[in-house]
Ligand binder design. Structure first.
Ligand code: SF4
Length: 370
């Protein structure tokens, strides 16, 4: 965390975005989840995305004076009419002007586009990328993420990406980057990992992501995880072989639908790198994929799994056959609460074999091999 005090009063947004996640929550969650934060200090300190639609001239001066960078900015589109549809108001136009002011003053930014089928993709996406590349001199990266839709969404204009449409986006962005490779920064346009999982294609290589500017936004997180698994096996495979000669029980890995795709890739790496021992390790692993019934829709990432869905699925397992049950810590917030208010203790109490581990590839592979 950077050495700044949290603001006493958090700035909230004055938008009414088409896909706002706050609008798509059920009505009985903890109050902090309904706060629509849009605060440049939180952007600077934690990488929260902001819209710059609520900043004053004083705020801009402060950002410039104290070099509060990089900032993480949600742009979605550079077309005013489309922005008005997405942001749900006309005030959004000031957001673009403020972004340009910051850029002219050398403030570095990471840009986010939440892509909505039929609204800001297709020609609009090309225009948005082209304008951003041309107009912003201090942009570090552009991250494109698919719209998240829960079963509580009431806006029928919102559609999720499916396999075919996700594949079209992957091809589209690859071609765009090829066509504009001579334009500065075109290399720093990235799709979130979800697009590759949805499209059913391999993640780009680790090197593709450069400085991993938007890893917290799910961009390159999978490639980083897999690289950590691969590196660990490269350097530590000899002790693993020794330790694996004892008999062992199964290991249960609790994960989401998207998490399963990443873990399956990690198991392939184990098989490739360790051959006979790899087969032995993998044969003792069971992946428990948890369907997100709490949110429904297309919410399939691990961090948004509910305690209730996890407990319900685990209750059908015979815990006796497992040596350990691995649950990723990303299901908890900084107060150790799941999205539906289950505590870490509520989960751990299910079985003494439960181990909550970080979502890092190194932690994962260590648990499988020791
Ligand atoms: S900026 Fe949009 S998505 Fe973010 S909190 Fe406000 S309304 Fe919701």
């Amino acid at each position: 965390m950077k050495n700044y005090k949290l603001p006493k009063k958090i700035k909230t947004c004055n938008n009414n975005c088409l896909f706002c996640f706050v609008k798509q929550l059920p009505g009985n969650l903890r109050s902090s989840l309904y706060v629509k934060d849009d605060d440049y200090m939180l952007s600077y300190m934690y990488g929260n995305f902001i819209t710059l639609t609520n900043v004053t001239a004083d705020d801009l001066n402060k950002i410039i004076k104290y070099r509060l960078e990089p900032l993480y900015i949600s742009v979605h589109s550079m077309n005013e009419n489309i922005r008005t549809i997405i942001f749900g108001n006309k005030k959004n136009i000031s957001g673009l002007e403020n972004l340009k002011t910051l850029d002219r003053n050398g403030i570095k930014t990471n840009i986010q586009i939440v892509l909505c089928p039929g609204i800001n993709d297709g020609k609009n996406l090309a225009d948005t990328l082209f304008i951003l590349l041309n107009d912003l001199k201090n942009m570090l990266s552009i991250g494109i993420v698919p719209v998240g839709i829960t079963m509580f969404n009431k806006n029928h204009k919102l559609k999720p990406y499916k396999r075919k449409s996700a594949l079209e986006i992957v091809d589209y962005v690859n071609n765009f980057k090829k066509d504009y490779k001579s334009v500065k920064d075109s290399n720093n346009i990235y799709l979130s990992d979800e697009f590759y999982i949805l499209a059913g294609v391999d993640f780009p290589e680790y090197e593709y992501y450069g400085n991993f500017y938007q890893i917290e936004n799910g961009i390159g997180k999978s490639a980083d995880f897999l690289k950590q698994v691969e590196d660990y096996l490269k350097y530590d495979h000899i002790p693993i072989r020794g330790k694996f000669n004892k008999s062992r029980k199964y290991i249960l890995i609790v994960t989401s639908e998207y998490g399963k795709a990443i873990i399956s890739n990690a198991l392939k790496i184990i098989l490739e790198k360790l051959n006979y021992f790899g087969e032995k390790i993998v044969s003792y692993i069971k992946i428990l994929e948890i369907e997100n019934k709490f949110f429904g829709g297309n919410i399939k990432i691990t961090g948004l799994l509910s305690g209730k869905d996890i407990i319900s699925k685990l209750s059908k397992e015979n815990m006796e056959i497992y040596e350990k049950i691995l649950i990723p810590s990303s299901i908890f917030n900084e107060e150790n609460l799941t999205i539906d208010n289950y505590t870490r203790k509520d989960i751990e109490i299910i079985s003494s074999k439960i181990k909550i581990i970080s979502e890092k590839g190194t932690s994962f592979i260590k648990e499988l091999t020791f």
